[in-house]
Design a protein around this ligand. Sequence first.
Ligand code: ADP
Ligand code: ADP
Length: 233
Amino acid sequence: QPLIQLNNITKVYVMGETEVHALRGISLSIQQGEMVAIMGPSGSGKSTLMNIIGCLDRPTSGEYLLEGVNVGELSDDELAIIRNEKIGFVFQQYMLLQRTTALRNVELPMLYGRGRPDRQERARRALEAVGMGDRLHHRPNELSGGQQQRVAIARALVNEPRIIMADEPTGALDTRTGAEIMGIFQRLNAEQGITVILVTHEHDVAQYAERIISVRDGVIADDQPVKQRAMVR
Ligand code: ADP
Ligand code: ADP
């Protein structure tokens, strides 16, 4: 069974008299262990699609099965639990708390029911996994953009998600640093089998994925494997 299965998903935003048909019938499946890039022009529906896949929003119609579970039948609380357990989020602007350390930033989303030493140890291991083991007590403003994004990836990893969703994760970084970040995603994907779904408008960045889904006007315009995948050593 696919990890993610969308069947004829639509999303309509209603604003007063106006309706915006952001998604107009999206069907797709993503298998466990895939690394997928979603591309498309501004306003094509990428964020809406990411929000639905990430269980941050619900479709207007259609069916979403996540590991075979019909997400549409879950309560908001159940949806929040699934989101916390299964999905890690990475954003263009890192979204770190500025006033605290890398270690505390990574500890914050950790599920309760764990003692403090255990939480700290897991946060430390997540930071080591992204090459930030020597920056545990730095605050975001003492780190470069690439380093801040590494901390954000550690935060996304700390609950051991099956899926990482990244919205323009290299959008604020130079090309070389962006490639390093994509290399981290490739390594997590290859070594831990984490499914990676990213949105990017940069064609070069999408080449690090193994499959590119192109969205246009709320429908899938194209869905192709990457022929010559870019790999970060
Ligand atoms: P993209 O991420 O590709 O730029 P979006 O999913 O953000 O596309 O937007 C798709 C369409 O839905 C756009 O026309 C946008 O203006 C509209 N839209 C997105 N979010 C909202 C919202 N919360 N309320 C109303 N319209 C929205
Ligand atoms: P990266 O290639 O990871 O983006 P840089 O070459 O930009 O790293 O940064 C090199 C070093 O400079 C890093 O160790 C970082 O701690 C420090 N540094 C970078 N930017 C800043 C900043 N805005 N404020 C403080 N320190 C910074």
